[in-house]
Design a protein around this ligand. Structure first.
Ligand SMILES: Nc1ncnc2c1ncn2[C@@H]1O[C@H](COP(=O)(O)OP(=O)(O)OP(=O)(O)O)[C@@H](O)[C@H]1O
Ligand SMILES: [Zn+2]
Ligand SMILES: [Zn+2]
Length: 802
């Protein structure tokens, strides 16, 4: 019987954003499944695609081409993910192919070679025929021999499997493991033959009697039985131990030891929150819960117990954490509770590690996924709960195409699986809080810290006064005193340098010239470590000029304060203090982030100085002082969310102080002490902030009162981009209803980037059912321009305004 596969092809364009029909070759009928990748002819070439549907008939009039070959032996996308990709592409004006590719680990996107391997015994004749007497068979060889259909059959019978080998030869990882080569009795005999003084070897033999047929690495052997490497090697040489190679998952946490933790006794507020969600789990009901709990209120424990509950039902759980909060401390909570049932996904993993974690999830070997934004696409089945911690974080929105928001994807998956979604935060986004107000989300609150611990006292320091009194440094006198005090008491301090919306640049003292990037419309940033200038948008680098390009003056002024400069100042003020600095420079190396935090946790430093990345998730008992060096920089951004972001940052970082027995204290230095974001943060008053900010948003016509969609046009030719944005502007204005506001067109605030010119338009609306069609049409019509290098991008609910 003839079968047709509908395939989304790897041609990201509006016209090709729909399935194409291909005939399934006869020998693959009944063997291909939806969600598999296939190679298909397209025009004159061969490309990759995803099967989204298999049908008996095609409406296509012309002659259909055949699928060239499958690229997988089992689906890489589930039915749910296929559907999600389709809906998502439409909602966020992207292409299905982009959405599907985003869902997969890089290893599956990269170029790869593949091999079949035996997982079970097969008939000898077949073994010789297919595998030529070997354990593995490369994919190419299988194609050459034309035996793919037979292999797929064997796969169905669970006799063979396929593994991917990346071009650069990162194979599945193998390690050597050892096991006793002798029976208990044989060992007894061996013991008799040993001389009296061979005590080490005897120890080894006794150890072997204990492990029986358990396989271990040499290292495990040494550690478990307290033996030296040499002794173990003797055992190998004497053939007391037999050796074997074992395929292992690359375990990014291999050096960590996790001891099992038990559920904590929940307090009243935790219990109440837990029960409400549990009810939804019991009834297989989809609800979105907003768990608003002050810092240190024990949100994590609630997540843990809910996940435990879901696992007991044989279901799976997705736990999202912002990338920078995905610290070992965070992961540890989950590993300690659920052990190997947890897969961890974040950008710090190598491609191989990510692929291995993904496979664990796909195969159902891990039921809990803890990860950053993109792990919302994990191929879990039978989903029982989705949790998004720190739900207010803007990094949950991807800024490149596909511009999805993990929160929306979470809700989609929650609906699809009829399971609850929890959005947790001490400082919920205004959008989420407002939805809870309208009962779209259910509000759950943890108003107090665990054990009724007090919130830390926050003191605001007016830096203008410091200035007037001739303190030109970055540390106010109070903050200096407090740091000194902590040093004496051997307690720890955390200092935050707010770098949001902030850059350091150099300016000519004589003429005021500021060095700008030649490709972009932005001043270049000065980097202390390399003593060079760099453009943050295109990466262009330059040495610091010796003379001013404009007036040939020799003197430059350095603006802005980097963490290095602050560290230097700290060193001068407190020569005896041990300082750990955490910023992009000190955390670039893999594992550095974790090492630094670990050292701080172990008390190897008195002060942790860092950027935003230290504001979250730290739960160290000895931190009693938090200092915010500059609260204001993020207040001055041309973004209607600048107050919200500042309030969130201050609240989060304050939350690091006094979480255990010691009382915590916070010093916030600012040039705007009367700003409401700072005032409310001082009093830990989220609700007050929420009310005032809502009034302002209402007046300004901003979210959550309005939806926003931003349209950006860019081209290497400024004129062309400008003409296009005016065209779009006219089209939109003509069709939009009353009450919809169109702002612009205007130059983007970074009007030139990487030698391309940017223009934008912002549409604000409450209810605009036609907008979607109009925008889709605009994208449709822009195909020709696209080929000539003019790009239109549409961002729904942008989170960063520049
Ligand atoms: N029911 C409980 N009994 C005792 N200790 C608890 C309980 N629940 C949580 N804790 C402990 O309280 C501390 C704070 O909890 P947790 O880190 O989960 O707070 P959080 O709400 O996630 O805070 P943040 O938003 O600041 O990250 C942790 O050390 C945790 O182990
Ligand atoms: Zn000059
Ligand atoms: Zn640049």
């Amino acid at each position: 019987m003839k079968q047709i596969a509908k395939v989304i092809v790897d041609v990201p364009a509006m016209q090709t954003n729909r399935p194409y029909d291909y005939v399934i070759p006869l020998n693959l009928v009944q063997k291909l499944e939806i969600g598999m990748r296939v190679e298909v002819p397209f025009g004159s070439r061969s490309i990759q695609g995803f099967i989204t549907e298999i049908v008996d008939d095609s409406n296509y009039d012309g002659e259909l081409k055949e699928i060239v070959r499958p690229l997988d032996i089992e689906p890489v996308l589930t039915e749910e993910l296929l559907q999600l990709g389709k809906d998502m592409a439409d909602r966020i004006y992207s292409y299905q192919i982009y959405c599907y590719q985003t869902m997969l680990p890089t290893m599956l996107k990269a170029k790869y070679s593949k091999e079949f391997f035996l997982t079970d015994e097969i008939e000898e004749a077949l073994w010789f025929d297919l595998f030529e007497g070997q354990d593995t068979l490369s994919w190419e060889r299988a194609l050459e021999k034309g035996v793919l259909p037979q292999l797929l059959d064997l796969k169905k019978r669970e006799k063979v499997d396929l593994r991917y080998l990346v071009k650069n030869q990162v194979k599945s990882k193998k390690i050597k493991v050892y096991c006793s080569a002798m029976s208990w009795l044989q060992i007894e005999e061996e013991l008799e033959t040993l001389p009296k003084n061979a005590s080490k070897q005897k120890e080894l033999l006794h150890a072997l009697q204990k492990i029986e047929d358990q396989w271990m690495t040499k290292k495990e052997f040494q550690e478990q039985f307290d033996l030296s490497a040499q002794t173990v090697q003797t055992g190998v040489n004497k053939r007391w131990l037999k050796e074997e190679e074992k395929e292992v998952y690359r375990d990014p946490l291999k050096n960590h030891h996790f001891s099992q933790t038990e559920n904590k006794q929940l307090n009243d507020a935790q219990t109440e929150a837990f029960n409400q969600v549990k009810e939804a789990i019991e009834n297989n009901e989809h609800h979105v819960f907003l768990l608003k709990g002050v810092t240190g209120s024990g949100k994590t424990e609630v997540y843990l117990q809910l996940i435990g509950d879901v696992l007991k039902k044989g279901k799976t759980a997705l736990m999202l954490v912002p990338e920078i909060a995905l610290t070992p401390q965070m992961v540890r909570h989950f590993k300690e509770r659920f052990g190997n049932d947890v897969a961890v996904m974040h950008s710090g993993l190598s491609a191989g590690e990510k692929y291995d974690e993904w496979r664990k999830i796909k195969r159902g070997e891990a039921h809990v996924v803890v990860g950053a934004r993109s792990s919302i696409f994990s191929p879990v089945e039978n989903l029982g709960i989705v949790i998004i911690d720190e739900e207010h974080e803007t990094t949950y929105k991807q800024e490149d195409n596909p511009r999805y928001h993990a929160r929306n994807v979470a809700i989609y998956r929650g609906k699809y699986n009829q399971c609850p979604v929890i959005l947790g935060s001490a400082t919920p986004s205004l959008e989420s809080r407002a939805r809870a107000q309208k009962n779209v989300y259910k509000l759950l609150e943890l108003p107090d810290r665990i054990n009724a611990k007090a919130m830390p006292e926050v003191q605001i320091v007016d830096m203008r006064e410091e200035f007037q009194e001739n303190n030109r440094g970055n540390f106010s006198r109070v903050l200096q005193e407090k740091i000194q005090d902590r040093l004496q008491k051997k307690e720890q301090s955390v200092l935050l340098l707010n770098r949001r919306g902030y850059s350091s640049f150099i300016m000519c003292r004589d003429c005021g010239y500021v060095l700008e990037c030649p490709n972009c419309d932005i001043s270049m940033t000065f980097h202390m470590d390399t003593k060079g200038m760099k453009c943050h948008y295109c990466g262009h680098e330059k040495p610091v000029p010796k003379t001013c390009p404009k007036c040939a003056g020799h003197q430059f002024r350095y603006y802005g304060t980097g963490t290095q400069k602050i560290e230097k100042e700290l060193n001068e003020l407190f020569p005896e203090a041990r300082i750990i600095r955490m910023d992009v420079d000190t955390t670039r190396k893999k594992g550095a982030h974790e090492k630094l935090l670990d050292a701080f946790g172990k008390g190897k430093a008195d002060i942790l100085l860092g950027t935003q990345m230290i504001a979250k998730g730290l739960d160290f008992p000895n931190i009693t002082l938090v200092g915010v060096i500059n609260a204001d920089t993020s207040l001055n951004l041309p973004d209607f969310r600048s107050s919200e972001k500042t309030f969130q940052l201050l609240t989060q970082v304050s939350g690091r102080a006094g979480r255990a027995d010691l009382v915590g204290e916070v010093i916030v230095q600012t040039f705007n002490p009367e700003h409401y974001a700072i005032e409310y943060a001082k009093h830990h008053n989220y609700d007050g902030f929420y009310r005032q900010e809502m009034v302002l948003r209402h007046h300004g016509g901003y979210p959550p009162y309005y939806f926003t969609t931003q349209i950006t046009v860019s081209d290497a030719d400024e004129k062309k981009a400008q003409v296009k944005i005016y065209e779009i502007n006219a089209m939109i204005r003509k069709q939009m209803g009353e009450g919809t506001i169109v702002l612009g067109p205007s130059k983007s605030s970074i009007a030139k980037m990487n030698n391309r010119y940017y223009f934008q338009l912002l549409v604000k609306y409450k209810n605009e059912p036609r907008l979607h069609d109009v925008l889709t049409m605009i994208l449709d019509q822009s195909q020709k321009d696209n080929a000539k290098g003019l790009y239109i991008s549409i961002d729904t609910e942008p989170v960063n305004f520049f």
